[in-house]
Design a protein around this ligand. Structure first.
Ligand code: C2O
Ligand code: CU
Ligand code: CU
Length: 481
C-alpha cells in the first residue's frame, strides 16, 4: 500500500468509528450565526505568584478531576490544574528562582513535566519523577533561559496520552530583559493571546473517547471536534490592530496546518525556544503535537471584519476553529520590529559527536516490532545515550518509511533547545532557523539537529511527541555526565 492510500485507509477507518459512535462531526456555523452565538474565547488565567515580594516565583497547583460541558447538555469527565480542564499560564523571568507545590489529587500517579525548559534532571518531571496519588511534589530551581513560550503536561510512564487527553496541559512563559524591551504586543489576554489547540473525540454520552487500540496507537488518536483553550469554536473580539498569538499544538498526536481564512498573511516571530532573528512572513504554518509558534496577525490590514483560524489535521478534517473579529476602532497598528533577537547559528564543526537515530513505525527486522527508535522500545532501566555535559552534538534522525506502514514522527528532547541543521541535506527554511525542542520528521525524511547540551547532569528523555507513540515506547533515555 502506498503512503497516500494508507493515510486514506486510516481516515476512512476513523470515519467509520465516527459514524457508529460519535456525535455529528464539526459544527461549522455560518459567519453570521457564528457572530452571535460564538462564546467569547477563554484566556487561561495567569497563575498567581504566591511570593509576596515577587522576587522569586512560587506557585501552587492542584491536579484534579472535574466536569466540563463541551457539547450541549452533556457533561464530560475531565482533569485539570486548579480547574476542570487545562491549567493556568505560568509566567516567570529568566534568572528567577522558581519553586512550586504540585498536589496530585487524582486517583492515579502523574508527573509534571516542563516541556522545553532547561531544568535540573530531578525536577524535569519526566517518567522518573512520579507523583503518587494524594502526594505532593516540590520542584525548586532557577530559570536559566531566554524568553520563550513553553508548556507543561504530565509524563507518567504509559499514562501521558490519557492524562493530556483528559485536560492536563498549560502554558509556561519565560520573559527576560530582552523581551521587555522589544516593541511587541505584550498585554496578556488583550493583544498577547495564548491559543492551545487540541482535538477530541467524544462518545455518545459526551465522554472523551480515548483508546489505545492498534489503530489509534499507530495513527494517533485523532479527534473530530476542535478545541481552542478548551472551547469549541469560540470567538475573539480584538481591541487592537496587531495581535500576538502564542500557538501551542496541544493535541496528542495530530499534526496541524494552521492558517487564516481569506489567506490572511501573518509573521512568525518565535519558535519553540524563543525569538527568531527576524519576523518571517507566512500564510500557513505546520505544527506537530507539542510544537509552538508565536505569530503576529495584523488585523488592521484586513478588508473583512472577521477572519477564521483554520486548522487542518493531517489525515483528518479541516476545522474553522475560532473566529477573530477586528476592533471596531482599530488602533493604529503598531510597527513590527525588523529584527528581533540575534540567533547565532550553531556550527557543525563545534560538535564533538554525531549520533544516528532511526525511527520506525513498523520495524523490518524479524520481530516486526512497532514504534521503535534504533530498533528499541523504552526501557526505564536502560540508558540509551551518554553525553558529556557542556558539549555540542549532532543527532541525525531518520524516519525510515517501510512498505508496510509509515507515519510521520517527531523528535523531542528534554532539557535542551536545539537548531535544525538540515532536512534531507537541505538547509532549513527561514521559520525553522530558530531554537526548537520538537522537530517533525515526515516519512522517509532525515533531519540533522545540533544540540548544545548544558551543565545539568542526570537522566532525561528523548521521544516521539505523538503521545500514543511515546506511551507505546517510542522513547529513550540520555544521561548527561
Ligand atoms: Cu512534552 Cu517528554 O514531553
Ligand atoms: Cu519535554
Ligand atoms: Cu511517532
Amino acid at each position: 500500500m502506498k503512503r497516500r492510500d494508507l493515510i486514506k485507509a486510516g481516515v476512512s477507518a476513523a470515519a467509520l468509528v465516527s459514524g457508529a459512535l460519535l456525535l455529528p462531526t464539526k459544527r461549522f456555523l455560518s459567519t453570521t450565526a457564528y457572530a452571535t452565538s460564538a462564546p467569547p474565547l477563554t484566556i487561561p488565567p495567569l497563575l498567581e505568584n504566591l511570593d509576596p515580594t515577587g522576587d522569586i516565583a512560587h506557585f501552587e497547583m492542584n491536579v484534579q478531576t472535574g466536569l466540563r460541558t463541551f457539547l450541549p447538555g452533556l457533561s464530560t469527565e475531565t482533569y485539570g490544574y486548579n480547574g476542570d480542564f487545562l491549567g493556568p499560564t505560568i509566567r516567570v523571568r529568566d534568572g528567577q528562582r522558581f519553586s512550586a507545590k504540585i498536589r496530585n489529587q487524582l486517583h492515579e500517579p502523574t508527573t509534571l513535566h516542563w516541556h522545553g525548559l532547561h531544568v535540573p534532571a530531578q525536577w524535569d518531571g519526566g517518567p522518573r519523577q512520579p507523583i503518587a496519588a494524594g502526594s505532593d511534589w516540590n520542584p525548586n530551581f532557577t530559570i536559566d533561559q531566554q524568553a520563550a513560550t513553553l508548556w507543561y503536561h504530565p509524563h507518567a510512564m504509559g499514562l501521558t496520552g490519557a492524562q493530556v487527553y483528559r485536560g492536563l496541559a498549560g502554558l509556561f512563559i519565560i520573559e527576560d530583559e530582552f523581551s521587555d524591551r522589544l516593541e511587541l504586543p505584550k498585554t496578556y489576554g488583550v493583544d498577547d493571546i495564548p491559543l492551545i489547540i487540541q482535538d477530541r473525540r467524544f462518545s455518545q454520552d459526551g465522554q472523551f473517547l480515548y483508546t489505545q487500540n492498534m489503530h489509534d496507537v499507530i495513527n494517533g488518536v485523532l479527534g473530530n471536534q476542535l478545541l481552542v483553550n478548551g472551547q469549541l469554536t469560540p470567538g475573539f473580539q480584538a481591541t487592537t490592530g496587531l495581535l500576538r498569538l502564542r500557538l501551542l499544538n496541544g493535541s496528542n498526536s495530530s499534526i496541524y496546518r494552521i492558517s487564516f481564512s481569506g489567506g490572511l498573511a501573518f509573521k512568525m516571530i518565535a519558535s519553540d525556544g524563543g525569538f527568531l532573528q527576524q519576523p518571517v512572513p507566512l500564510s500557513t504554518i505546520i505544527l506537530s503535537a507539542g510544537e509552538r509558534a508565536e505569530i503576529l496577525l495584523d488585523l488592521s490590514s484586513m478588508a473583512a471584519e472577521t477572519t477564521q483560524l483554520v486548522v487542518e489535521q493531517y489525515g483528518g478534517s479541516r476545522f474553522e476553529a475560532m473566529q477573530i473579529k477586528k476592533a471596531s476602532q482599530p488602533n493604529q497598528s503598531m510597527p513590527i520590529p525588523k529584527t528581533l533577537r540575534t540567533v547565532e547559528r550553531l556550527k557543525p564543526e563545534d560538535a564533538v559527536k554525531t549520533r544516528s537515530f532511526v525511527m520506525e513505525t513498523m520495524s523490518m527486522g524479524m520481530t516486526g516490532e512497532r514504534l521503535t527508535i534504533n530498533g528499541k522500545k523504552m526501557d526505564p532501566k536502560r540508558i540509551d545515550e551518554r553525553i558529556k555535559h557542556n558539549t555540542v552534538e549532532i543527532w541525525e534522525i531518520t524516519n525510515r518509511a517501510s512498505m508496510m506502514m509509515s507515519m510521520p514522527h517527531s523528535m523531542h528532547l528534554h532539557d535542551v533547545q536545539f537548531q535544525i541543521l538540515d532536512r534531507n541535506g537541505q538547509p532549513p527554511e527561514a521559520h525553522e532557523l530558530g531554537y526548537k525542542d520538537t522537530v517533525l520528521i515526515p516519512q522517509g525524511e532525515s533531519v540533522r539537529i545540533i544540540i548544545p547540551f548544558g551543565d545539568y547532569r542526570g537522566i532525561y528523555m528523548y521521544h516521539c511527541h505523538l503521545l500514543e507513540h511515546e506511551d507505546d515506547g517510542m522513547m529513550g533515555q540520555f544521561e548527561v555526565f
